[in-house]
Write a protein that binds this ligand. Structure first.
Ligand code: GLC
Length: 793
């Protein structure tokens, strides 16, 4: 208690830190090569090196024995065969792939990695690499004056993490998240450096608590783990997008979510009864506000026991889920890992009898308190336990549920340390490890168990999983929401760089609690937040027990009208968003992007934290302050079109934009196309009004590819999808289009579509696949000043 007052800074408060001793790895003694693995035996430890591809090299230091090549569960990639050349000189050894050169200075051993043009990417500073008397492993790398750092998963603060020190330790933080809040729910020990417009990355594959320090040393940064090996990968870039592709090549990519997961989701802690849920759904229908999912928080359960329903409050969940699905609404229940200790409760009984719970080495169950009271925790590090937990989800899938929400999976525990005892032993399929070592992957493994269980049970349908905790690779199983934020304007602002850095960290499907979880929201804040939510990859409004309600209509008609307009807009943008999601599932490149991803050479984008791009060419610059109706927007080079007025503005500069409460400033880059669908009340309604909006740019070749599929099964992975490719060249009043269905083994449910051409003063002469379109096919919209042409599939 006292630590929260000025007592914490009393004059005699400086803690007496035990003296930690540091050991350098020392000089190289011998080098061994075993196929593609090079191992350096040094005075005070061992280092191994191997290439995973031409542009990825792995370096491992172990203080006491030859490094183990066993990776954490984050890794999905096996090393590719790489042509490597070795050269030994007096003072150094050079090992090179076609794209990366590693130079190892012999005395003391230091690692320097260069690109194929001899530019240094990563080089050890004179502080070197080594370990401590407490078993920590570390290395220090040179930091250039112009280095900027991104990624690190879910962190508070601005986009660029230069000058920050960050810890990776999955933590349940209910206290308000602020710039000095460090570890949150996710641990993604990975970052990207941008130097002079070029990027490279580092993934530190160590599941212990890790620290990344860009603050404490002049001219050097460091990363450190409390134990284990110093096991890291250097990713060559050279573009920021290349780094994301390389990182997600190592740790995997998001599977394409079902379309319904991209719609608007409504949540509350908690909708407490079947009647309340039905009334909520009716209200959305009555008000014609689209919705795709309603969440059931912990009150749906019988005394917070997972895999149960409170039958008094929810007498017939199957009927409820069925009826809501008829209206296009999916029900997503919360599932926490804690299983109530109660001999008669079937999950607890089975878990104990079949040995699925975490234990101490001596054999006692680890028991501690969460929502249901004293609980046991599944040991997800065992494959059998993953299967068991996955199979238990047939309880939900049999009721028609297709999406699950995992919470408290850091794991959060109601005790002083907020988590499981670090001495608990995870069985880990027989390779016993402490919770200290595997804490950070608990949420990821719960996600794996859940996703794989759902996948088995959904008869070919794509599961949706939402998670709070995770580790590198979580994108393979779940979307991430950023936990317990508050209804503060500052939290709306903070969510942008947090989500952009999650995207850079291989997690494209993410979003905050829109409107804010704790504290009371208000009409203006909710409206501005909903405007942003329209464009964040995951769009869910969620708020806490005993706070002011924040459904779209909660603050009166004035706000409801605007909020409704933006939820409608989300549904109109869905065909474009879905295409971007498909691209993210293939390359890892996020849907929501920081500007530096597209403009790495533009120094004005370096720490631009209050605006973002959707795909390459839609710039969103929200208002995130109360009673504010204008803002400065940075438009990078090129011409930009105000989405609402079609006014063209030259970029490469800052502009002042007016934005009444109903306006979210959006700019489309001239030379782009964007697909829009109809306003629908759920993604489950068929598409009726497909439009592709063209913003031509004289003498620029524009290409757009629209993707579609059934939106719910894995048939797309067997080739059942649709790809329409449009290219456009404008010269004077001539518009040359090539329109081709490049892949059509899935037939979209729209059989006509409209090309809407913006920005032209005079009617154009349009040629489609070299044939001129007759004038009668060109419709002019006087109000919007656009020309449209209808096409039939
Ligand atoms: C945690 C979650 C929150 C949820 C609550 C009750 O605080 O972060 O989203 O509503 O638990 O389950």
């Amino acid at each position: 208690m006292l630590e929260d007052s000025s007592f914490a800074i009393r004059p005699d408060s400086t803690k007496n830190l035990t003296k930690i001793k540091y050991f350098d790895i020392g000089s190289l003694l011998t080098l061994q090569q075993n196929e593609s693995i090079f191992t350096f035996h040094c005075q005070h430890g061992f280092v191994s090196l191997l290439f995973y591809s031409d542009d990825i090299v792995r370096i491992i230091m172990d203080p006491s024995s030859e490094p183990s090549l066993k990776s954490s569960v984050a890794l999905v990639k096996q090393p590719d065969p790489v042509k490597v050349q070795l050269e030994e000189l007096d003072e150094k050894i050079i090992i090179a792939s076609p794209k990366l050169t590693v130079e190892l200075q012999k005395s003391p051993l230091r690692v320097c990695v260069k690109d194929k043009n001899e530019n240094i990417l990563v080089t050890e500073s004179n502080l070197g690499m080594g370990y401590t008397s407490t078993n920590a492993v570390f290395c220090f790398k040179d930091m250039d004056a112009d280095d900027h750092f991104y990624g690190f998963g879910e962190k508070t603060g601005f986009l660029d993490k230069r000058g920050e020190k960050m810890t990776m330790w999955n933590s349940d933080v209910y206290a308000p998240h602020n710039p000095e809040t460090d570890a949150l729910y996710q641990s993604i020990p990975y970052f990207m450096t941008i130097r002079d417009g070029k990027a490279h990355g580092i993934f530190f594959d160590n599941t212990f608590k890790t620290t990344f320090d860009f603050k404490s040393n002049n001219g050097a940064y460091s990363f450190l783990a409390e134990d284990g090996q110093l096991d890291y990968y250097i990713l060559a870039g050279p573009s920021p997008k290349d780094v994301i592709e390389q990182y997600t090549d190592l740790t995997g990519r998001m599977p394409l979510p079902p379309k319904w997961a991209l719609g608007y989701h409504q949540s509350k802690y908690s909708y407490k009864s079947e009647q309340e849920v039905r009334e909520l759904a009716s209200k959305f229908a009555e008000k014609q506000i689209p919705i795709d999912a309603i969440y059931l928080d912990i009150h749906y359960m019988h005394g917070y026991r997972v895999f149960t329903f409170d039958r008094a409050a929810f007498p017939d969940p199957k009927q409820l889920i069925h009826d809501l699905k008829q209206e296009g609404i999916h029900v997503v229940p919360i599932v926490d890992p804690g299983v109530k200790q109660e001999p008669n409760y079937h999950i607890y009984k089975e878990g104990v009898l079949e040995n699925h719970f975490c234990k101490y080495l001596e054999g006692d169950l680890y028991l501690d308190e969460v929502w249901p009271g004293i609980s046991a925790f599944p040991d997800f590090t065992n494959t059998e336990t993953q299967k068991w937990w996955g199979e238990k989800h047939s309880f939900y899938t049999d009721l028609g549920i297709e999406g699950i929400w995992n919470d408290m999976n850091e794991p959060a525990v109601f005790n002083k340390t907020k988590t499981m005892d670090l001495d608990v032993i995870h069985n880990n399929d027989g390779d016993l490890k402490t919770h200290h070592e595997l804490h950070n992957v608990y949420g990821l493994l719960m996600g794996k168990a859940t996703y794989e269980g759902l996948e088995q049970q959904l008869n070919g349908k794509r599961p949706f999983l939402l998670t709070r905790a995770g580790f590198a690779g979580i994108q393979r199983y779940a979307a991430v929401w950023t936990g317990d934020n508050r209804s503060f304007w500052e939290h709306l602002e903070m969510s942008l760089p947090m989500l952009m850095n999650l995207g850079v960290s291989g997690i494209p499907f993410c979003g905050p609690d829109v409107g804010g979880f704790a504290h009371d929201s208000n009409g203006q804040l909710l409206t501005r937040w909903m405007q942003v939510g329209t464009f964040t990859p995951f769009f869910r409004n969620h708020n806490a027990l005993d706070t002011v309600r924040q459904e779209p209509w909660s603050f009166g008609e004035k706000y409801e009208k605007i909020i409704k307009k933006y939820i409608h807009l989300r549904y109109q943008w869905l065909p474009h968003l879905y295409t971007l999601f498909m691209e993210a599932s293939q390359s890892g490149i996020p849907v929501m992007r920081p500007l530096f991803l597209e403009y790495p050479n533009d120094s004005k984008t370096t720490n631009l934290s209050d605006q973002f791009l959707i795909g390459e060419n839609a710039l969103i610059a929200p208002i995130m302050k109360p009673d504010t109706y204008h803002r400065v927007v940075y438009l990078p080079e090129g011409d930009w079109v105000n989405y609402w007025t079609d006014k063209v503005i030259q970029g490469g500069t800052y502009i002042l934009v007016e934005a009444d409460l109903e306006i979210l400033p959006i700019f489309i880059k001239k030379g782009s196309m964007i697909a829009h669908g109809a306003i629908k009340y759920s993604t489950m309604a068929p598409e009726t009004n497909m439009e592709i909006h063209l913003y031509p740019n004289e003498n620029e070749d524009i290409t757009y590819t629209l993707y579609d599929d059934d939106g719910e099964t894995f048939a797309n992975e067997k080739g059942e999808y649709f790809l329409k490719k449009i290219t456009c060249q404008q010269t004077g009043s001539d518009i040359q289009l090539s329109i081709k269905n490049e892949h059509s083994s899935y037939k979209p449910n729209w059989n006509e579509w409209t090309l809407v051409i913006h920005l032209l003063k005079e009617p154009p002469k349009v040629f489609v696949n070299n044939e001129e379109i007759t004038n009668d096919r060109l419709a002019f919209n006087k109000e919007k000043h656009t020309f449209s042409i209808k096409f039939y599939e």
